[in-house]
Design a protein around this ligand. Structure first.
Ligand SMILES: [Fe+2]
Ligand SMILES: [Fe+2]
Length: 278
């Protein structure tokens, strides 16, 4: 159901020692979480922004072509949500394994928390920039799963379709960032530059509450769960993953001048998002 190398939990010896059937369940639950994450991201966040762009709800001077493209992205994302929800149902029917999913995934809780942390008039901007992050990050899942012959064909083809669309969205949102950034005033730029590192991590950090619940279901006690999480998701590993995935996004940020703000630069460094020697 998923390549084990992309499911961090499977690196831990205590997890590897589980019976093979349970080990397979971990891969399936990871797939469910990934698909649910995709569905909620597209429906609740990305399409809200794209709808606003198409419908004149974003106060920017965008070329007509970019406004029109937003209609197309809206359809793409709606379809990604549909096939992800569909695939959860199909995998459930095939495996009999009920999906263990939270109402609200981690990224959404974090996004709302970061929006609350700024002045109300900046909250819409935070969401626009979160979409820029999510649309320009290059995840190993989109890049690697389509070509992994061990993975179920339906899963691979869905992710391949998604990756092809996201390459176009990536180009679109890299351009969108420039329009957005140049129309912001200096106060908005400063506030947003300092929030971007946390926005990236809101998207990239593992959903620990959900994984904790899952591990409890395999019979691990509380101490064992915390030990597994501490060893699998140590800061070095989480930061390296975030850095790899956000390399291209960081180039776009640097190009519009985000890193010229010293406080922003410090926050990127503190969260391990800058390349060595920067
Ligand atoms: Fe998508
Ligand atoms: Fe997209």
């Amino acid at each position: 159901m998923f390549p084990p190398e992309l499911v961090a939990l499977t690196r831990h010896d205590m997890v590897r020692a589980l019976p093979p059937a349970l080990f397979e369940q971990i891969l399936t639950q990871h797939l469910y979480r990934y698909l649910d994450f995709t569905t909620k991201l597209e429906l609740l966040v990305v399409n809200k922004t794209v709808l606003a762009i198409a419908n004149g709800g974003v106060d920017l001077h965008l070329p007509d072509e970019m406004v029109f493209d937003a209609y197309k992205i809206y359809c793409d994302e709606a379809y990604h949500a549909l096939f992800s929800a569909d695939l959860i149902r199909q995998v459930h029917a095939r495996t009999g394994l009920p999906p263990q999913l939270d109402e609200r995934p981690y990224f959404l809780t974090q996004l709302r928390r970061l929006q609350e942390s700024v002045e109300p008039q900046l909250r819409a901007l935070v969401e626009l920039l979160f979409v820029v992050c999510s649309e320009t990050l290059i995840s190993a899942t989109l890049a690697e799963v389509p070509d992994d012959p061990r993975v179920d064909t339906a899963v691979r083809r869905s992710i391949r379709d998604h990756a092809a669309d996201e390459r176009r969205h990536h180009a679109y949102f890299a351009a969108f960032l420039k329009f957005l950034w140049y129309e912001m005033d200096s106060g908005q730029r400063r506030a947003m530059a300092r929030l971007l590192p946390d926005l990236l991590l809101a998207f990239l950090r593992p959903d620990l509450p959900a994984i904790r619940c899952e591990l409890a279901g395999y019979g691990f006690n509380r101490d064992q769960i915390e030990q597994i999480l501490a060893e699998v998701y140590d800061d070095g590993t989480v930061n390296a993953y975030a850095r790899d995935t956000s390399r291209q996004t960081m180039r776009y940020f640097a190009a519009v001048g985000v890193l010229e703000d010293q406080a922003a630069c410090n926050r990127f460094a503190e969260l391990g998002l800058l390349e060595e020697g920067r």
